[in-house]
Design a binder for this molecule. Structure first.
Ligand SMILES: *Cc1c(COP(=O)(O)O)cnc(C)c1O
Ligand code: SF4
Length: 343
């Protein structure tokens, strides 16, 4: 087994195809039960240990490189809190539902394509992620992994809809796909004249940085399409020397890097934390884009921050940060023509 601390060593001596299999090996070696993760962090006998819940339908999945950024012995670690299933997920209030955004099935013109806003649509080329985040608004989403045929059909639907200027690859996490599959989708999209921009929404640069291989960087660099990558980073502790290195390489390919954050109770719901996040994102080459209020998804009530608290935190950020480091505070409401700006 390769420990996170030693990854830089093997990176120097392996060929690119070996590297590709290494990040896939990392996924197969990820922590998949609360007991394994809590043991690794020395927290089995803590109060948190008694709250962990291994019976959740939405399974735990935590790459070792992400777990390595957690502080051993700390039940309140903000990275741990994002990924550990607990029995609190069984407490659910009335306004919480499986599909608060009313995304399925009506919005899905074609399987794997979701259009809510004018000019842009989400394409979900995979249902899998490198990590399972407890607050995920798609945790109950019934999407099966697309087949080659269904993906082809979706791409043809995009080709015939000239109103679509931007396609957002989402999921799941599109970077979980092997380079061949991912770039075959990107190549097809960039061959469609009305598609001006391709946006990739991903959490992988901080949760599985080894995925950003030289091969991937080379492919991005040589690509003609306008590519925007929106990372999903919630806490400054997710950023370290390794993410700095991969994010810099991504930035040097010429793509635009933006970040979205979900506001989470007990994890990043303090002005200081988010100010620090914005500063660190910028120092690693990323501009803050959105700060989302979490959606009212069943099982996530204990992580939701109220609008009033969110406003207070946000006003603090406005006071502390230059304008370009302040993300837009937004919520998503079903039936609206864009995300709702909160000020
Ligand atoms: C958030 C989102 C988008 C992108 O919205 P932007 O405001 O352009 O970032 C597009 N489609 C769906 C369904 C979304 O949820
Ligand atoms: S990476 Fe994104 S889509 Fe995947 S579980 Fe986390 S929040 Fe959800």
């Amino acid at each position: 087994m390769i420990t996170p601390m030693r990854r830089n060593e093997y990176r120097i001596v392996t060929t690119d195809s070996e590297k590709q299999s290494n990040w896939r090996t990392e996924i197969s070696e990820a922590f998949r039960t609360p007991l394994e993760l809590l043991t690794y962090l020395g927290l089995v006998d803590s109060e948190l240990g008694t709250k962990a819940d291994s019976e959740q339908e939405f399974k735990m999945l935590v790459p070792r490189s992400f777990a390595a950024k957690m502080k051993a012995g700390d039940p309140n670690d903000p990275l741990l809190r994002q990924v550990l299933p607990t029995c609190q997920e069984r407490e659910t209030g009335e306004e919480f539902s499986k599909d608060p955004l009313e995304e399925w099935p009506d919005d899905q013109a074609t399987e794997g394509l979701l259009q809510k806003y004018r000019g842009r649509a989400l394409l979900m080329p995979t249902a899998a992620c490198a990590i399972n985040c407890r607050y995920c608004f798609r945790r109950h989403f019934p999407h099966a992994p697309p087949t080659k045929e269904s993906l082809h059909k979706t791409l043809e639907a995009i080709r015939s809809d000239k109103t679509l200027k931007e396609i957002i690859l989402s999921g799941g996490d599109p970077l979980i796909l092997r380079d061949e599959s991912l770039f075959s989708v990107i190549d097809t999209l960039s061959s469609i004249p009305h598609v001006k921009r391709i946006r990739i929404h991903t959490r992988i640069p901080t949760v599985l940085p080894s995925r950003i291989t030289e091969n991937f960087i080379d492919k991005l660099e040589s690509h003609q399409a306008e590519i925007i990558m929106v990372t999903h980073i919630n806490h400054p502790n997710e950023l370290d020397a390794e993410t700095d290195s991969v994010l810099r390489k991504l930035g040097q390919t010429g793509i635009q890097l933006l970040n979205q954050t979900v506001l989470l109770k007990g994890i990043n719901d303090r002005t200081e934390t988010l100010v620090e996040l914005s500063e660190q994102l910028f120092s690693q080459g990323i501009l803050p884009y959105y700060l989302h209020l979490s959606d009212k998804v069943e099982g996530t009530q204990h992580l939701c921050v109220s609008v009033e608290t969110a406003r207070k935190i946000f006003r603090g950020m406005l006071r502390e940060l230059p304008g370009y480091l302040v993300p837009r505070l937004v919520a998503e409401e079903p039936g609206m023509s864009s995300k709702t700006l909160i000020i």
